[in-house]
Design a protein around this ligand. Structure first.
Ligand SMILES: [Zn+2]
Length: 305
């Protein structure tokens, strides 16, 4: 695969669909074409979390998706791996394409299966080797998912999460956390482990209570299209009180398309819809919030150039 590979929407690996992304609220759209382009942002930001290999609108290339993003004021993205294959792919893309950095990990919902097969430790070893590459600036998505994985998988998930935190710390890069219905245990484990230089709650799904904990600990909150969803007042309450120096933005594309375009595939060029909603929620000036998101993003991942 390369930056000029065509990524067809809907061609999401079955393993990932099993990872909890089949729910209605975060399914990729059934309309596979590009939604209208937003007015570009006044100050460019980065998309902190995307999966180009899960599909680009219009069956485009990764390069086309990044061109569209740039035209909308989204200068680049973190391409995120969820298993060994997609983590290797993320590194390949980021080494080829200056607008991408990579994150590598075994998804929490894969951990129990790999543990049962006796291959989790060897997979984590390879993740550790990939994390040392210069274009890899985060280990993730890792964390806990109690929505999709039952009690029988908790031990393996928690073990895998702790190991990923250690990998990030040794590599000196951020950890990107997938936290689904598991806030308490995620916070407990973060408090028990020596931490890497930055902790990011990817697709922040907590309420004001969790935002307060993040504020106190200097943990970053990356907001996705979910902050625009009608039923997500808790996430908006969290954003309203989040420390401005800890706020990031992401798509989790092709999932979590912002309102009013749910039903379409998400992509990095749609970030302005989310950022404008964020500015409104915080009663903030759009250029100011963009400037601070851009600075926070550099603080977490370093420079793309
Ligand atoms: Zn993701």
């Amino acid at each position: 695969m390369s930056i000029d590979s065509v990524y067809v929407p809907g061609e999401i690996p079955q393993t990932y669909l099993a990872q909890g992304h089949t729910q209605r609220e975060d399914s990729p759209g059934t309309k596979k074409s590009w939604a209208p382009a937003p007015e570009p942002l006044p100050v460019p930001v980065m998309d902190n979390h995307t999966h180009l290999d899960f599909g680009v609108p219009g069956a485009g290339t990764a390069a086309a998706a990044l061109d569209a993003a740039q035209a909308a004021g989204v200068r680049g993205a973190v391409q995120v791996g969820t298993d060994l294959e997609s983590s290797r792919e993320a590194v390949r893309l980021a080494e080829e394409e200056p607008r991408l950095l990579a994150a590598v990990a075994i998804h929490p919902n894969d951990a129990p299966e790999l543990a049962a097969a006796g291959t989790l430790d060897s997979a984590l070893e390879e993740i550790g080797a990939l994390a040392a590459r210069p274009r890899v600036r985060a280990v993730g998505e890792t964390g806990l998912d109690y929505f999709r994985t039952g009690p029988e998988g908790m031990d393996a998930q928690q073990y895998s999460f702790r190991r990923h935190i250690g990998i990030a710390r040794r590599a000196g890069v951020a950890v990107q956390i997938h936290d689904r219905d598991a806030h308490d245990d995620v916070v407990r484990i973060l408090k028990e482990e020596p931490l890497p230089p930055a902790v990011v709650f990817h697709c922040f799904s907590g309420d004001a209570g969790l935002a307060r904990i993040c504020n106190e600990n200097g943990w970053y909150m990356s907001f996705a299209g979910t902050v625009t969803f009608r039923n997500a007042q808790g996430i908006r309450d969290a954003l309203a009180i989040a420390d401005p120096s800890l706020i990031l933005v992401e798509t989790d594309a092709p999932f979590l398309t912002p309102h009013p375009f749910r039903g379409r595939n998400n992509a990095s060029y749609m970030i302005p819809y989310t950022v404008r909603a964020m500015a409104e929620i915080r009663n903030a000036d759009l250029a100011e919030i963009c400037t601070s998101i851009a600075a926070n993003t550099s603080a977490v991942y370093g420079s793309w150039d």
